[in-house]
Design a protein around this ligand. Structure first.
Ligand SMILES: CC(C)(COP(=O)(O)OP(=O)(O)OC[C@H]1O[C@@H](n2cnc3c(N)ncnc32)[C@H](O)[C@@H]1OP(=O)(O)O)[C@@H](O)C(=O)NCCC(=O)NCCS
Length: 173
């Protein structure tokens, strides 16, 4: 059964179920256009640990996908993908998806959540900053948080490209 989380606006954030797969594929294609991200987002959907979707008028209009990353002494997570159909942006859907993801990760005792984005992706950087994520421009800066082995594993799992902005939100002190 699909667990529903009612939202005060006209959209709902719900847990992913296979019946929404085609809808997610369509909304990823609309969100990322011709970029390879629409392909990689669908690949990620099949291997990630948790996905929440935004539904507006019975139509999938966005999604957030979460993957766990086991580091030496604790479980971390990444937001592998978050996207909203261009026709439904600036309505708070991206915020509602990210908020649901953070709530889920806190409930599950995850130590910290990470994400990567391009420095040019202003909308994504604004969205994550709004939720208190800290930005790192260089992996060397992570030394204040993680051991070097863990930095390597984290960046490998997140498929870090030189120049990416690294976003970080601790969930447990
Ligand atoms: C990033 C994205 C998910 C935001 O979705 P959204 O539904 O428009 O987000 P919200 O309406 O909740 O807005 C969140 C905040 O980001 C800011 N924001 C959104 N779009 C913005 C833009 N183009 N420029 C600057 N700030 C922006 C808003 O100020 C908003 O804060 P506010 O509520 O205080 O006004 C959406 O732009 C998107 O799908 N982008 C393409 C996919 C992508 O690049 N995903 C990230 C990598 S996987």
């Amino acid at each position: 059964m699909v667990k529903q989380i009612e939202h005060k606006y006209l959209f709902r954030i719900i847990e992913y179920d296979l019946i929404y797969r085609e809808g997610i594929i369509r909304s990823a294609q609309r969100a990322f256009g011709n970029s390879m991200d629409s392909y990689w987002a669908v690949r990620y959907l099949d291997k990630c640990n948790k996905t929440f979707i935004a539904v507006f008028d019975n139509k999938v209009v966005g999604a957030v996908m979460i993957g766990y990353i086991k580091l030496h002494d604790s479980l971390h997570a990444e937001i592998g993908y978050i996207f909203v159909d261009p026709d439904y942006r600036h309505m708070g859907i991206g915020s509602a998806l990210l908020s649901k993801a953070i709530e889920f990760l806190k409930e599950n005792g995850i130590k910290a959540v990470w994400a990567l984005t391009s420095p040019r992706n202003i909308a994504t950087r604004f969205l994550f900053k709004k939720f208190g994520f800290k930005e790192f421009a260089n992996p060397r800066e992570l030394k204040e948080i993680l051991r070097s082995k863990d930095i390597g594993k984290l960046l490998y799992r997140m498929v870090y490209w030189r120049g990416d902005v690294i976003l970080y939100l601790p969930l447990i002190k």
